[in-house]
Write a protein that binds this ligand. Structure first.
Ligand code: NAG
Ligand code: NAG
Ligand code: NAG
Ligand code: NAG
Ligand code: NAG
Ligand code: NAG
Ligand code: NAG
Ligand code: CU
Length: 575
């Protein structure tokens, strides 16, 4: 009897789901994009540089879709002598782990001349981004935004008249090859602070400054005329802001205007008002701004470096009050932003980000597994690297997804990486007495559907009195931000302080200097997912890792992701 009842309820549910699917599919659309990736000379900050462009632009075209739509992007690699891959940052790739765009993890690189098709569902409304995930190509200009609209009729917990997008970036005059070679060299050559900060791909380098590379610098080049955001007095604006920086944490603000933060990484935020907003690389926000100031003039939009000692000029754009002339410069000097080393202010802003009361999805109350990761700067055979629990990450030649799904042996280090470190005795305030670490391509294999806690613990670098800020990004999931702390994480005390009530869900989160950040996620998305510091040079130097979950549940892999390393064999075997 129970079984029959159960069966009845099940078929009712199935019917309901089918109806829902039909209702949804009636609305779901296919959004088709063609991206031609190529080098072009551009002068985004007035200084001419070979930039990676999409269809001749950097930033590339904004992908616009509705929740539930399928996005298809045909990427043609026109870089002539360089591979590529594009990651859709914030899109979880449920059911399509091979479209995550992480070279060496979910796919082989796209070779010059090849076309690769990414196809995925954008299952949740919000603000996201895309960028290269091959070498250090992102910093050469390959990036753009993704805007996913709520379904027709759905109400958001805030209102506005117009929707605008802002993507910020830091910019170097040296090529990414110069940068990568320096990072891998003995002696080590760091990429250094950026030459400029760009707002929607536009900045301004002082052409009279001595340049490290020489070259054409022309302040009247139209490429570097400032970005303009025109507003109508009295109207309310939603600004979607994304940071795709390679190194810098930035502080963003509109001169004379407060902002109400309402969205973070695709999740609604319990609204809070700020004069300026800290943005860590890989994060997205929506803020609401009312054009309610003196309309007789224009105002600055500005970005400043925080968390590292700045040596880059303020990046600016113009907030233009209609009908003033859009290029009329504000009569003031651009805001210099908060003090760069005021860690407490940034820490407090991070903790202020909570889920909107009407949109709370509570986390599981406990976790099945806790991974504690000590973030350190290290040396390996004289090279400067970053490591987690003394292991510095290296990518294998055969992508993990293919290796695991097809049970290819010996393509990566199969010994599991350490779950923890000696946290009782490690002194996070000092330079390690022995900074030698090891490198490995090993990965964390998670039980499918288990709940995992990750504790990121910061420490001193190899320089005295220095601990950096690391923005950590997880692919394939949103995690709950369980808490932030200063000093050393103590499991016996700090777990009790976790926010089980209204933690925000994000895909990128900062780890503040000498502090800790705790995350919780459910390993419920079959695939192989990168988890890494979003600073381009840090990931390049080993600051990352990979999680595998439910790889046996992954569907048949497309052959287009194969062809490198041991996966060559699969193609010739015609699998
Ligand atoms: C540009 O740099 C030159 C040389 O360093 C300096 O004299 C000048 O004041 C700078 N101009 C601006 C607008 O910062
Ligand atoms: C600078 O660019 C402008 C506009 O493209 C051009 O007219 C001018 O000749 C350039 N100046 C130099 C010195 O190249
Ligand atoms: C912005 O907020 C601050 C502090 O909450 C307040 O003192 C200031 O008056 C506000 N500015 C505007 C332009 O509303
Ligand atoms: C940060 O937050 C703490 C706790 O709410 C508060 O005591 C402190 O004054 C804040 N500090 C700053 C600089 O905002
Ligand atoms: C670290 O490794 C280097 C070789 O790369 C070695 O010369 C040095 O002695 C090691 N340092 C310590 C403290 O063991
Ligand atoms: C890293 O490895 C070195 C060399 O084996 C060791 O001396 C050091 O204590 C280790 N550090 C950590 C954090 O485990
Ligand atoms: C350590 O560095 C901070 C800036 O990050 C500075 O404010 C502080 O004075 C420094 N302390 C010492 C002892 O050098
Ligand atoms: Cu980092």
């Amino acid at each position: 009897m129970a079984a029959v009842l159960h069966g009845c309820r099940r078929s009712f549910l199935v019917t309901l789901l089918l109806l829902l699917a039909i209702a949804l599919s009636a609305e779901a659309k296919i959004r088709h994009y063609r991206f031609h990736v190529a080098y072009q000379y551009k002068s985004p900050d007035c200084f001419q540089k070979l930039s990676v462009t999409i269809n001749g632009q950097s930033p590339g075209p904004t992908i616009i879709a509705g929740q539930g739509d399928t996005v298809v992007v045909e990427v043609n690699n026109g870089l002539l002598t360089e591979n590529t891959a594009i990651h859709w940052h914030g899109i979880r790739q449920i059911g399509t782990p091979w479209s995550d765009g992480t070279e060496g993890i979910t796919q082989c690189p796209i070779a010059p001349g090849e076309t690769f098709v990414y196809k995925f569902v954008v299952d949740r409304a919000g603000t996201y981004m895309y960028h290269a995930h091959y070498g250090m190509q992102r910093s050469a200009g390959l990036y753009g935004m993704i805007k996913v609209a709520v379904p027709e009729g759905a109400v958001e917990p805030f209102s506005y008249d117009y929707d605008r997008s802002i993507i910020v970036n830091d910019w170097w005059h040296k090529s990414t090859y110069d940068q990568a070679a320096g990072l891998s060299s003995i002696p080590f050559v760091f990429v250094g602070e950026p030459q400029s900060l760009l707002i929607n791909g536009r900045g301004r380098f002082n052409c009279s400054m001595p340049s490290t590379t020489g070259g054409v610098c022309n302040l009247t080049n139209p490429d570097c005329s400032p970005s303009v955001f025109t507003v109508v007095p009295g109207k309310t604006y939603r600004f979607r802001i994304a940071s795709v920086t390679s190194l810098s944490a930035l502080n963003f603000g509109f001169e004379g205007h407060n902002m109400t933060v309402v969205e973070a990484d695709g999740h609604y935020v319990k609204p809070f008002v700020v004069e300026n907003l800290n943005l860590y690389s890989g994060e997205t926000y929506s803020v609401i701004v009312k054009a309610d100031q003196d309309p007789s003039r224009n105002y600055w939009a500005s970005v400043n470096v925080v968390a590292r000692k700045p040596s880059t000029a303020t990046g600016t754009a113009i907030l233009n009050y209609y009908p003033n002339h859009p290029s009329k410069l504000p009569p003031t000097t651009p805001p210099a932003g908060p003090q760069w080393d005021d860690t407490i202010v940034r820490f407090n802003q991070s903790t202020a980000i909570r889920a909107h009361p009407d949109h709370v999805e509570p986390p599981p109350p406990t976790s099945d597994r806790t991974i504690i990761l000590l973030n350190t700067q290290n040396r390996i055979d004289g090279h400067t690297r970053w490591a987690l629990n003394n292991v510095s990450f290296t990518l294998p030649h055969t992508p993990y997804l293919i290796a695991l799904k097809h049970k290819l042996k010996h393509v990566f280090d199969s010994k599991p990486p350490p779950e923890s470190y000696d946290y009782r005795s490690y002194d996070i305030q000092s330079i390690p007495s022995n900074p030698n670490a090891t490198s490995s391509s090993s990965i964390y294999r998670l039980d499918f559907d288990s709940t995992v806690d990750v504790i990121l613990q910061n420490a001193n670098t190899l320089n005295p009195n220095n601990s950096e800020t690391h923005p950590w990004h997880l692919h394939g999931h949103d995690f709950w931000v369980m808490g932030y702390g200063t000093g050393k994480f103590d499991p016996s005390v700090d777990v009790a302080s976790f926010n089980l009530v209204d933690p925000i869900q994000k895909n990128t989160v900062p780890l503040h200097p000498y502090g800790w950040t705790a995350l919780r996620f459910r390993a419920d998305n079959p695939g192989v997912w990168a988890f890494h510091c979003h600073i381009e040079s840090h990931f390049f130097m080993g600051m990352g890792m990979v999680f595998e979950e439910g790889v046996e549940k992954v569907g048949r892999l497309p052959r287009s992701i194969m062809g490198c390393g041991e996966s060559k064999r699969l193609i010739t075997k015609n699998l």
